[in-house]
Design a binder for this molecule. Structure first.
Ligand SMILES: Cc1cc2nc3c(=O)[nH]c(=O)nc-3n(C[C@H](O)[C@H](O)[C@H](O)COP(=O)(O)OP(=O)(O)OC[C@H]3O[C@@H](n4cnc5c(N)ncnc54)[C@H](O)[C@@H]3O)c2cc1C
Length: 477
């Protein structure tokens, strides 16, 4: 059932899930479907976490925040753990473009086409390209290799910054990866995309989350929105429930979909963990954040097909630090053609979202006046950047707004507005949480590989299995 805001929760649960990101919701759906009593608590007034959207002008304009592209694996995950109807809405984005001073490329982002581009346009021998892809495919999470992305690219394409750019830049945009991150994270994410290209959800995020909500309710999951969990209760060293709105709700197990650092350090508290685990948790680095500019076109305005995703940069070379700079030189435009992405909305408007990776501290340190000015500059430069593809776009814009890392932090409660959770070391902390406190689990963006729509949803699957084993072990006692 869907609790109303003022409803009191008067039940005990098998599982209490804190947060309704894709990981939290996917775990809730599986556990509810398998007959467990599940409570899903979300601090925001809607489900989805980063899988979110906003409307303007009586819903005439709709903007997706994180629906830019995910790997084909999402179809299987949705079919298996959600529904056939949801899986059937996932379609390929066939037109991905790169425009920068080093090259122009139009691709469907598959291994086959990348191989052609790397051999024909970048003049890399086919054997090298094949060896590179084979190496990525052979990379194993359990190998514990220390190889960094920088070393990986130097190994196969020494001195070729342009090749590094086409291979790495989309992944840097996708999850904030840098050249110093472990190559295994790149290998997994890039191989996932390269297997069959980039996919999107036809109908938009609001449509998807609406379908997921129906599915959760059908599977008996209790949902309460605007319910911010303050604390996780620990009794006799094990998870025993949560405190929400000042009231304790009892649960045999708890799954946190909130940030891993917040979960351990704030919601549970240092006193419940070993010194070593706390030290390691404190050392977990957060990922970078995002700025976005949302542009809604006037009614009836049609634009030519300029690509679905355009990775554009005016910076001469690939430089991950520059991708994070507040003085933006690189951005990704996602173009939402209404007939392709929102067929259910009659006369839907074209929406264009520009995304840029950035650093929270650069925005946080600004005075209110500087902040507003910086936002205005970002908007102006984004329109200017878009004019390179659509010269008369300025006159067609009806809505234009921007979000910064401070916006991300406000809406998702993620520290420093991190949009892709933590760096690699966060995965270990997350996966070992239940070994420190029985019955307490974490699922959600960590370690780069468990972030993004597919990574988060799949982590929800993995942790729902672990929770079922734990609940089974309680029965056995
Ligand atoms: C700008 C941007 C663009 C992106 N683009 C893409 C993309 O194109 N493709 C892709 O695959 N991924 C993309 N992502 C990443 C992707 O959206 C996320 O990795 C994924 O949705 C995260 O899911 P999650 O399960 O980790 O939870 P989150 O989405 O982080 O949700 C966590 C939820 O927990 C709730 N919560 C936190 N604390 C509490 C509390 N104390 N009590 C109750 N509730 C709480 C929050 O309100 C939130 O709803 C993008 C992200 C951003 C920010």
């Amino acid at each position: 059932m869907l609790y109303k805001i003022r409803d009191e929760i008067n039940k005990d649960y098998d599982v209490i899930i804190i947060g309704s990101g894709l990981a939290g919701m996917t775990a809730a759906n599986i556990l509810g479907r398998n007959g467990h009593q599940v409570l899903l608590l979300e601090s925001h007034n809607k489900l989805g976490g980063f899988a979110t959207w906003f409307y303007r002008e009586n819903r005439e304009h709709v903007f997706d925040i994180s629906l830019h592209g995910f790997p084909v694996g999402m179809i299987k995950t949705c079919r298996k753990y959600w529904s056939k109807e949801i899986a059937e809405c996932i379609v390929q984005l066939k037109d991905v473009r790169f425009v920068n001073p080093q090259f122009k490329v139009q691709t469907d982002f598959t291994k086959e086409h990348y191989t052609q581009v790397l051999t024909n346009q970048f003049n890399i021998p086919l054997e090298t390209v094949t060896a590179f892809f084979e190496y990525l495919a052979s990379m194993n999470f359990y190998d514990n290799s220390q190889l960094t992305n920088r070393e990986l690219f130097e190994k196969f394409f020494p001195g070729r910054n342009d090749v590094t750019r086409i291979l790495m830049e989309p992944i840097t945009y996708a999850n904030g990866s840098t050249l110093e991150d472990p190559a295994i994270t790149y290998g997994i994410v890039f191989s996932n995309f390269m297997s069959k290209g980039v996919y999107t959800f036809k109908g938009g995020t609001d449509y998807l989350i609406g379908m997921m909500k129906e599915e959760l309710l059908k599977n008996g999951v209790d949902i309460k929105l605007q319910a911010k969990v303050e604390k996780i209760s620990i009794e006799h060293g094990a998870a025993a429930g949560v405190i929400v709105d000042g009231k304790t709700v009892k649960g045999k197990s708890v799954l946190s979909n909130a940030n891993i650092r917040t979960t351990v350090l704030n919601m549970v508290g240092e006193e419940h963990f070993s010194k070593d685990y706390i030290e390691k948790t404190k050392a977990v680095r957060l990922n970078s954040s995002s700025c976005q500019v949302y542009m809604g076109l006037k009614k009836g305005v049609k634009i030519p097909h300029i690509g679905d995703l355009i990775f554009t940069s005016s910076y001469p070379t690939y430089d991950p630090a520059k991708l994070l700079d507040i003085k933006v030189t690189s951005r990704t435009f996602s173009i939402y053609y209404p007939e392709e992405t929102r067929p259910q909305v009659p006369e839907g408007r074209v929406a264009i979202v520009s995304s840029t990776n950035c650093l929270y501290d650069d925005w946080k340190k600004l005075s209110p006046e500087e902040y507003e000015n910086e936002k205005k500059t970002m908007i102006e430069e984004t329109i200017h950047g878009l004019e390179a593809f659509l010269p008369s776009i300025r006159d067609s814009l009806e809505i234009i707004e921007a979000a910064t890392p401070l916006t991300v932090e406000r809406y998702t409660l993620h520290p420093k507005g991190t949009s892709f959770g933590t760096k690699f070391e966060g995965l270990d902390i997350s996966m070992n949480l239940h070994k420190n406190i029985p019955g307490l689990f974490h699922a959600g963006s960590v370690g780069i590989i468990m972030s993004g729509w597919l990574g988060a949803a799949n982590y929800g699957v993995i942790q729902s299995n672990a929770i079922e084993s734990y609940l089974g072990s309680l029965k056995g006692n």
